[in-house]
Design a protein around this ligand. Structure first.
Ligand code: SF4
Length: 449
């Protein structure tokens, strides 16, 4: 996976207190200006040289700074960060816990992995600020196994410099789609039932999460942005983007270049600008998937001028999710892609409530019939939306809703192709386009201290 990187325009300064500080980046690239040229893990010295010392920010004044920035969570929910941090319960007896959540479960996403492998200090800076602000005395970095060594080296280097006043540990998550869901992350961390959501709801995780303590689960890209807000301020963060969707975001783009690439762009940019494609240049694109397998498909025309904000995506029956953009080329059967994804998603449900146990399996079977044996689909395409009705808003988490959104958008955008299947039968088999992992078994979590 490659990343786009602009040259840094910042220069070192010295603050009046003697600490090292730098000018904020002025262009559209912010986080990515901290990347090293050869993809190595940026060391603590390089990190401090690039971004300067982390100022001590905490309490109500930093919450006000977050409100001023307008930052929302970049893990897929796009919930206001200041509101979320304020809602973490506190008491004299139970210190809160911060979970830096780097377990991006969407197979087509790679931006959190990029940050964990190459810019771990920005994430740990953000986690430290979060812990100070909400009064937490423990930080847990929740990642997949491949990210352990870069994060572990970063923690050791910071410990040697006495940078972090808060205990940090790493917990490895299983490779499951739902591993990053808030209550599923807590289940993994406490070793109860790794990567399985609980029925207690997000609000309760904030009141009673890890070890029964109030818990803030925050996506690692969000924490990296927080690290820059702590240095440069909320007004700087909000100087790009829109009034409701401020700042920049990382997007994982598949199908635009020969290999997937991470790009950074201000929220509210047009998708055409983000991709570097103008009018008439979407000719090779059959459809655009936004937001991953819990998002939805758009036609090229819809996508070209769409501003990249969660609201604009929702208005079009999709979602930004964790910033996934996939351009499906002509020549690939879209219905076989949809069937592969829904079969995978059905296997990733936790199997503990009705829509996952029954509804998703029926959807997966119907979409397989539509893709490969259309004559065997009783009731034709019209039989599929009622199956979506049966799973929507009936699960304890949003997994079935995401699958239903993905399926509904497929039926809308690929309606002509579905009619072709009904008339002429399925397409000749083509090479798969979207990344769909082999179904992974549930696994135990592992802790590194
Ligand atoms: S809806 Fe599915 S994935 Fe979500 S909690 Fe219920 S069984 Fe688990």
């Amino acid at each position: 996976m490659r990343s786009s990187r602009a040259g840094s325009s910042s220069r070192p300064l010295r603050s009046s207190s003697g600490g090292h500080r730098v000018d904020p980046p002025s262009g559209a690239d912010r986080l990515l200006t901290g990347l090293g040229a050869d993809g190595h893990t940026v060391t603590l010295e390089e990190h401090l040289g690039r971004w300067g010392d982390l100022p001590v920010r905490e309490g109500e004044s930093f919450l006000a700074e977050l409100d001023r920035s307008g930052i929302r969570g970049h893990g897929g929910a796009w919930f206001p960060v200041g509101t979320k941090w304020r809602s973490v319960g506190r008491s004299m007896l139970r210190s809160p816990v911060v979970v830096a959540n780097g377990t991006e479960g969407e197979p087509a996403s790679g931006k959190d992995r990029l940050l964990l492998h190459q810019l771990p200090h920005l994430i740990l800076d953000g986690a430290t600020i979060a812990a100070r602000t909400i009064g937490a005395n423990q930080i847990i970095v929740h990642v997949h196994r491949d990210a352990v060594s870069s994060v572990e080296r970063a923690i050791v280097a910071r410990r040697a410099r006495g940078l972090d006043p808060v205990e940090m540990e790493i917990v490895v998550a299983p490779d499951r789609y739902l591993a990053g869901q808030e209550s599923a992350a807590v289940s993994t961390i406490v070793g109860r039932n790794p990567a399985v959501p609980t029925f207690t709801g997000i609000r309760t995780v904030r009141d009673q999460g890890v070890g029964g303590r109030p818990t803030l689960v925050q996506n690692v890209e969000t924490l990296a942005h927080v690290a820059l807000i702590a240095r440069f301020g909320g007004d700087w963060f909000a100087s790009v983007g829109t009034a409701d969707s401020s700042g920049t975001a990382l997007f994982t783009v598949t199908g635009r270049w020969p290999e997937p690439r991470i790009v950074e762009a201000p929220l509210g940019s047009s998708l055409g600008d983000l991709l570097g494609l103008g009018a008439g240049q979407f000719g090779t694109v059959q459809a655009v998937l936004l937001g991953g397998y819990g998002g939805g498909w758009l036609t090229p025309n819809e996508a070209l001028t769409m501003p990249v904000t969660e609201e604009a995506a929702r208005q079009r029956g999709s979602s930004l999710g964790p910033g996934i953009v996939a351009l499906l080329p002509h020549g690939v059967c879209p219905l076989s892609e949809v069937s592969r994804v829904v079969t995978y998603m059905e296997g990733q449900g936790a199997g503990q409530c009705g829509p996952c146990v029954n509804g998703l399996a029926d959807l997966a079977v119907s979409l397989k019939q539509l893709a490969y044996r259309p004559a065997s689909l009783r009731g034709g395409v019209d039989s599929i939306p009622p199956l979506c009705d049966l799973v929507e808003r009936r699960g304890a988490c949003g997994h079935p809703d995401g699958v239903a959104r993905f399926v509904r958008s497929s039926l809308r955008v690929f309606a002509d192709h579905a009619t072709l299947h009904a008339r002429r039968g399925s397409c000749p088999q083509t090479a798969p386009f979207l990344p769909v992992p082999a179904s992974s078994p549930r696994a135990r979590s592992v802790k590194f201290r």
